[in-house]
Design a protein around this ligand. Structure first.
Ligand SMILES: NC(=O)c1ccc[n+]([C@@H]2O[C@H](COP(=O)([O-])OP(=O)(O)OC[C@H]3O[C@@H](n4cnc5c(N)ncnc54)[C@H](OP(=O)(O)O)[C@@H]3O)[C@@H](O)[C@H]2O)c1
Length: 278
Protein backbone atom coordinates (compact mmCIF):
# COMPACT_ATOMS: atom_id res chain seq x y z
CA UNK A 1 0.00 0.00 0.00
CA UNK A 2 1.29 3.45 -0.90
CA UNK A 3 0.34 6.60 1.02
CA UNK A 4 0.62 10.21 -0.10
CA UNK A 5 1.16 12.65 2.77
CA UNK A 6 0.14 16.16 1.79
CA UNK A 7 1.82 18.77 3.98
CA UNK A 8 4.85 16.66 4.91
CA UNK A 9 6.43 19.80 6.37
CA UNK A 10 3.54 20.30 8.80
CA UNK A 11 3.62 19.57 12.51
CA UNK A 12 1.11 16.73 12.11
CA UNK A 13 2.10 15.79 8.53
CA UNK A 14 5.79 15.33 9.37
CA UNK A 15 4.88 12.94 12.21
CA UNK A 16 2.58 11.03 9.86
CA UNK A 17 5.48 10.63 7.41
CA UNK A 18 7.88 9.37 10.09
CA UNK A 19 5.23 7.03 11.53
CA UNK A 20 4.54 5.49 8.13
CA UNK A 21 8.28 5.07 7.48
CA UNK A 22 8.67 3.34 10.87
CA UNK A 23 5.91 0.93 9.84
CA UNK A 24 7.71 0.11 6.60
CA UNK A 25 5.05 1.70 4.37
CA UNK A 26 5.76 3.20 0.95
CA UNK A 27 5.46 6.97 1.49
CA UNK A 28 5.19 9.87 -0.91
CA UNK A 29 5.52 13.29 0.66
CA UNK A 30 4.30 16.54 -0.89
CA UNK A 31 5.02 20.17 -0.17
CA UNK A 32 4.77 23.43 -2.05
CA UNK A 33 8.47 23.82 -1.27
CA UNK A 34 9.83 20.24 -1.36
CA UNK A 35 13.42 21.50 -1.32
CA UNK A 36 12.89 22.50 2.32
CA UNK A 37 11.95 18.97 3.42
CA UNK A 38 14.47 16.80 5.19
CA UNK A 39 13.15 13.24 5.00
CA UNK A 40 14.56 9.70 4.89
CA UNK A 41 15.91 8.88 1.41
CA UNK A 42 13.28 6.17 0.75
CA UNK A 43 10.47 8.76 0.97
CA UNK A 44 9.58 10.02 -2.50
CA UNK A 45 9.15 13.79 -2.49
CA UNK A 46 6.87 15.75 -4.84
CA UNK A 47 6.05 19.42 -5.34
CA UNK A 48 2.29 20.00 -5.19
CA UNK A 49 -0.13 22.76 -4.21
CA UNK A 50 -3.65 21.97 -3.00
CA UNK A 51 -4.89 24.97 -4.97
CA UNK A 52 -3.54 23.43 -8.19
CA UNK A 53 -5.05 19.94 -8.07
CA UNK A 54 -3.34 18.78 -11.28
CA UNK A 55 0.02 19.34 -9.56
CA UNK A 56 -0.80 16.21 -7.49
CA UNK A 57 -0.99 13.86 -10.50
CA UNK A 58 2.59 12.54 -10.26
CA UNK A 59 2.38 12.01 -6.49
CA UNK A 60 -1.03 10.32 -6.66
CA UNK A 61 -0.38 7.95 -9.59
CA UNK A 62 -0.68 4.39 -8.26
CA UNK A 63 -1.17 5.47 -4.61
CA UNK A 64 -3.99 4.13 -2.42
CA UNK A 65 -4.45 6.56 0.43
CA UNK A 66 -3.93 10.24 1.12
CA UNK A 67 -3.39 12.26 4.29
CA UNK A 68 -4.79 15.70 3.60
CA UNK A 69 -4.82 19.18 5.11
CA UNK A 70 -8.04 21.15 4.59
CA UNK A 71 -6.31 24.41 3.64
CA UNK A 72 -7.57 24.68 0.07
CA UNK A 73 -9.80 26.92 -2.00
CA UNK A 74 -11.72 24.49 -4.22
CA UNK A 75 -12.37 21.17 -2.48
CA UNK A 76 -14.46 19.87 -5.42
CA UNK A 77 -11.56 20.21 -7.86
CA UNK A 78 -9.08 18.54 -5.53
CA UNK A 79 -11.45 15.68 -4.72
CA UNK A 80 -12.12 15.13 -8.44
CA UNK A 81 -8.35 14.80 -8.92
CA UNK A 82 -8.15 12.23 -6.10
CA UNK A 83 -10.95 10.20 -7.70
CA UNK A 84 -9.38 10.44 -11.18
CA UNK A 85 -6.09 9.21 -9.75
CA UNK A 86 -7.73 6.11 -8.24
CA UNK A 87 -7.27 7.02 -4.58
CA UNK A 88 -9.29 4.75 -2.28
CA UNK A 89 -9.22 6.54 1.09
CA UNK A 90 -8.61 10.04 2.42
CA UNK A 91 -7.66 10.92 5.98
CA UNK A 92 -8.54 14.58 6.41
CA UNK A 93 -7.14 16.84 9.14
CA UNK A 94 -10.42 18.65 9.80
CA UNK A 95 -11.48 20.43 13.00
CA UNK A 96 -13.90 20.15 15.90
CA UNK A 97 -15.22 23.52 14.64
CA UNK A 98 -17.48 21.55 12.25
CA UNK A 99 -19.41 20.15 15.23
CA UNK A 100 -20.33 23.54 16.71
CA UNK A 101 -23.86 24.97 16.21
CA UNK A 102 -23.96 27.18 13.11
CA UNK A 103 -20.70 25.70 11.76
CA UNK A 104 -21.74 26.07 8.13
CA UNK A 105 -22.13 29.86 8.61
CA UNK A 106 -19.03 30.24 10.73
CA UNK A 107 -15.74 31.33 9.10
CA UNK A 108 -13.73 28.57 10.76
CA UNK A 109 -16.30 25.74 10.74
CA UNK A 110 -17.34 26.29 7.14
CA UNK A 111 -13.85 26.04 5.66
CA UNK A 112 -13.50 22.49 7.02
CA UNK A 113 -17.14 21.49 6.43
CA UNK A 114 -16.98 22.18 2.71
CA UNK A 115 -13.94 19.90 2.38
CA UNK A 116 -15.63 17.16 4.42
CA UNK A 117 -18.79 17.47 2.30
CA UNK A 118 -16.88 17.28 -0.99
CA UNK A 119 -15.14 14.11 0.17
CA UNK A 120 -18.38 12.55 1.47
CA UNK A 121 -20.09 13.25 -1.85
CA UNK A 122 -17.24 11.71 -3.85
CA UNK A 123 -17.64 8.08 -2.82
CA UNK A 124 -14.04 7.99 -1.53
CA UNK A 125 -13.45 6.18 1.74
CA UNK A 126 -12.63 8.68 4.46
CA UNK A 127 -11.70 9.41 8.04
CA UNK A 128 -12.26 12.96 9.29
CA UNK A 129 -9.96 13.80 12.20
CA UNK A 130 -11.70 16.56 14.15
CA UNK A 131 -9.24 17.99 16.66
CA UNK A 132 -10.00 20.87 18.99
CA UNK A 133 -7.42 23.53 19.84
CA UNK A 134 -3.81 22.47 19.41
CA UNK A 135 -1.30 22.65 22.25
CA UNK A 136 0.99 24.16 19.59
CA UNK A 137 -1.08 27.37 19.67
CA UNK A 138 1.04 28.16 22.75
CA UNK A 139 4.03 28.47 20.42
CA UNK A 140 2.70 32.00 19.74
CA UNK A 141 3.85 32.86 23.25
CA UNK A 142 7.46 31.81 22.68
CA UNK A 143 8.92 35.28 22.14
CA UNK A 144 7.23 36.89 25.13
CA UNK A 145 8.18 33.94 27.34
CA UNK A 146 11.79 34.17 26.13
CA UNK A 147 11.98 37.94 26.31
CA UNK A 148 9.72 38.97 29.19
CA UNK A 149 8.99 35.75 31.09
CA UNK A 150 5.38 36.87 30.71
CA UNK A 151 2.44 36.35 28.34
CA UNK A 152 -0.04 39.19 27.65
CA UNK A 153 -3.59 37.81 27.50
CA UNK A 154 -7.09 39.35 27.57
CA UNK A 155 -8.89 36.23 28.85
CA UNK A 156 -6.46 34.17 30.95
CA UNK A 157 -9.33 32.18 32.48
CA UNK A 158 -10.40 30.82 29.06
CA UNK A 159 -10.63 27.03 29.34
CA UNK A 160 -9.19 24.77 26.64
CA UNK A 161 -8.42 21.07 26.18
CA UNK A 162 -5.18 21.39 24.18
CA UNK A 163 -4.14 18.44 22.05
CA UNK A 164 -0.57 17.41 21.20
CA UNK A 165 0.06 17.15 17.44
CA UNK A 166 1.55 13.69 18.02
CA UNK A 167 -1.86 12.44 19.27
CA UNK A 168 -3.47 13.60 16.03
CA UNK A 169 -0.72 11.90 14.02
CA UNK A 170 -1.20 8.66 16.03
CA UNK A 171 -4.87 8.50 15.04
CA UNK A 172 -4.04 9.45 11.43
CA UNK A 173 -1.62 6.52 11.33
CA UNK A 174 -4.31 4.11 12.54
CA UNK A 175 -6.60 5.42 9.80
CA UNK A 176 -3.92 5.23 7.10
CA UNK A 177 -2.71 1.72 7.92
CA UNK A 178 -5.99 -0.15 8.42
CA UNK A 179 -9.74 0.01 7.89
CA UNK A 180 -10.98 0.35 11.49
CA UNK A 181 -11.52 4.11 11.18
CA UNK A 182 -13.10 4.06 7.72
CA UNK A 183 -16.12 6.40 7.86
CA UNK A 184 -15.19 7.61 11.38
CA UNK A 185 -15.10 11.27 12.42
CA UNK A 186 -13.27 11.17 15.73
CA UNK A 187 -13.48 14.28 17.88
CA UNK A 188 -9.98 14.63 19.33
CA UNK A 189 -8.98 16.68 22.35
CA UNK A 190 -6.20 16.60 24.86
CA UNK A 191 -6.69 14.63 28.10
CA UNK A 192 -7.29 17.60 30.45
CA UNK A 193 -8.95 20.99 30.71
CA UNK A 194 -6.57 23.87 31.34
CA UNK A 195 -7.06 27.61 31.50
CA UNK A 196 -4.65 29.76 29.52
CA UNK A 197 -3.24 30.90 32.87
CA UNK A 198 -2.56 27.26 33.80
CA UNK A 199 -0.89 26.68 30.42
CA UNK A 200 1.39 29.69 30.98
CA UNK A 201 2.26 28.45 34.48
CA UNK A 202 3.00 24.97 33.09
CA UNK A 203 5.45 26.45 30.59
CA UNK A 204 7.21 28.19 33.49
CA UNK A 205 7.36 24.98 35.53
CA UNK A 206 8.85 23.00 32.65
CA UNK A 207 11.49 25.60 31.79
CA UNK A 208 12.26 26.21 35.46
CA UNK A 209 11.43 29.90 35.61
CA UNK A 210 8.33 31.81 36.70
CA UNK A 211 6.27 32.93 33.71
CA UNK A 212 3.40 35.28 34.54
CA UNK A 213 0.29 36.52 32.75
CA UNK A 214 -0.01 40.23 31.93
CA UNK A 215 -3.71 41.06 31.71
CA UNK A 216 -4.66 43.00 28.59
CA UNK A 217 -7.89 44.48 27.33
CA UNK A 218 -9.41 42.83 24.29
CA UNK A 219 -8.51 45.91 22.20
CA UNK A 220 -4.87 45.71 23.31
CA UNK A 221 -4.75 42.02 22.47
CA UNK A 222 -6.28 42.57 19.02
CA UNK A 223 -3.76 45.35 18.28
CA UNK A 224 -0.87 43.14 19.39
CA UNK A 225 -1.94 39.97 17.53
CA UNK A 226 -2.71 41.95 14.37
CA UNK A 227 1.00 42.63 13.97
CA UNK A 228 1.61 38.93 13.29
CA UNK A 229 -1.69 37.23 12.42
CA UNK A 230 -4.23 38.04 9.63
CA UNK A 231 -7.20 40.03 10.93
CA UNK A 232 -9.75 37.28 10.32
CA UNK A 233 -7.73 34.95 12.55
CA UNK A 234 -7.24 37.58 15.24
CA UNK A 235 -11.04 37.95 15.49
CA UNK A 236 -11.45 34.16 15.67
CA UNK A 237 -8.74 33.67 18.33
CA UNK A 238 -10.05 36.43 20.59
CA UNK A 239 -13.69 35.32 20.16
CA UNK A 240 -12.73 31.72 21.05
CA UNK A 241 -10.93 32.92 24.20
CA UNK A 242 -13.81 35.19 25.24
CA UNK A 243 -16.38 32.41 24.82
CA UNK A 244 -14.18 29.90 26.66
CA UNK A 245 -14.08 31.84 29.94
CA UNK A 246 -15.80 29.68 32.54
CA UNK A 247 -16.67 27.06 29.92
CA UNK A 248 -16.44 23.31 30.45
CA UNK A 249 -15.31 22.07 27.03
CA UNK A 250 -15.69 18.34 26.41
CA UNK A 251 -12.73 16.10 27.10
CA UNK A 252 -13.07 13.53 24.34
CA UNK A 253 -12.37 9.88 25.07
CA UNK A 254 -11.76 9.11 21.39
CA UNK A 255 -7.96 9.09 21.52
CA UNK A 256 -7.93 6.67 24.47
CA UNK A 257 -10.58 4.49 22.79
CA UNK A 258 -8.66 4.30 19.51
CA UNK A 259 -5.12 4.11 20.91
CA UNK A 260 -5.76 2.23 24.17
CA UNK A 261 -3.83 4.80 26.19
CA UNK A 262 -4.29 8.33 27.50
CA UNK A 263 -3.40 11.26 25.27
CA UNK A 264 -0.31 13.35 25.88
CA UNK A 265 -0.64 16.20 28.37
CA UNK A 266 0.09 19.87 27.74
CA UNK A 267 3.09 19.47 30.07
CA UNK A 268 4.44 16.76 27.73
CA UNK A 269 3.90 19.06 24.75
CA UNK A 270 5.93 21.82 26.43
CA UNK A 271 8.65 19.29 27.27
CA UNK A 272 8.75 18.18 23.63
CA UNK A 273 9.13 21.80 22.46
CA UNK A 274 11.09 23.32 25.30
CA UNK A 275 13.48 25.05 22.89
CA UNK A 276 10.62 27.38 21.92
CA UNK A 277 10.55 28.89 25.39
CA UNK A 278 14.14 28.78 26.70
N1 LIG B 1 -4.37 25.31 15.62
C1 LIG B 1 -5.49 24.74 16.02
O1 LIG B 1 -5.90 24.89 17.16
C2 LIG B 1 -6.27 23.89 15.04
C3 LIG B 1 -7.45 23.26 15.46
C4 LIG B 1 -8.15 22.44 14.57
C5 LIG B 1 -7.68 22.29 13.26
N2 LIG B 1 -6.53 22.93 12.88
C6 LIG B 1 -6.05 22.76 11.51
O2 LIG B 1 -4.88 21.95 11.53
C7 LIG B 1 -4.03 22.38 10.48
C8 LIG B 1 -2.68 22.77 11.06
O3 LIG B 1 -1.94 21.60 11.38
P1 LIG B 1 -0.35 21.68 11.63
O4 LIG B 1 -0.11 22.39 12.90
O5 LIG B 1 0.20 20.32 11.42
O6 LIG B 1 0.05 22.64 10.40
P2 LIG B 1 1.40 23.35 10.02
O7 LIG B 1 2.54 22.83 10.82
O8 LIG B 1 1.13 24.80 10.01
O9 LIG B 1 1.57 22.85 8.52
C9 LIG B 1 0.58 23.10 7.55
C10 LIG B 1 0.83 22.17 6.39
O10 LIG B 1 -0.20 22.37 5.42
C11 LIG B 1 0.40 22.38 4.15
N3 LIG B 1 -0.34 23.26 3.25
C12 LIG B 1 -0.95 24.43 3.58
N4 LIG B 1 -1.48 24.98 2.47
C13 LIG B 1 -1.19 24.14 1.44
C14 LIG B 1 -1.44 24.17 0.04
N5 LIG B 1 -2.10 25.17 -0.55
N6 LIG B 1 -0.98 23.14 -0.71
C15 LIG B 1 -0.29 22.12 -0.16
N7 LIG B 1 -0.01 22.03 1.17
C16 LIG B 1 -0.45 23.04 1.94
C17 LIG B 1 1.80 22.96 4.37
O11 LIG B 1 2.63 22.43 3.37
P3 LIG B 1 3.82 23.24 2.62
O12 LIG B 1 3.90 24.62 3.26
O13 LIG B 1 5.04 22.41 2.86
O14 LIG B 1 3.38 23.25 1.21
C18 LIG B 1 2.17 22.42 5.75
O15 LIG B 1 2.86 21.19 5.66
C19 LIG B 1 -4.71 23.55 9.77
O16 LIG B 1 -5.47 23.06 8.68
C20 LIG B 1 -5.61 24.07 10.87
O17 LIG B 1 -6.68 24.82 10.38
C21 LIG B 1 -5.81 23.71 13.74
Amino acid sequence: MSVVVVGASGAVGSLVVSGLVERGMAVRATSRTPQTLSLPSDVKVFAADLNEPASFEPALAGADRVFLYADLEDPGALVAQLVRSGIRDVVLLSSSAVTLPGASDDFNGSRFLRVERAIEASGLGYTFLRPGGFASNAARWSWSVKGESAVPLPYPEAVQVPIHEADIADVALVALTGDTLRGAKPLLTGPERLTLREQVATIGEVIGRTVSVIEQTEAESVAMLSQYVPEVWVRQIVKDWREAVGAEPAVSGEYARIMGRAGRTFREWVGDHVELFR
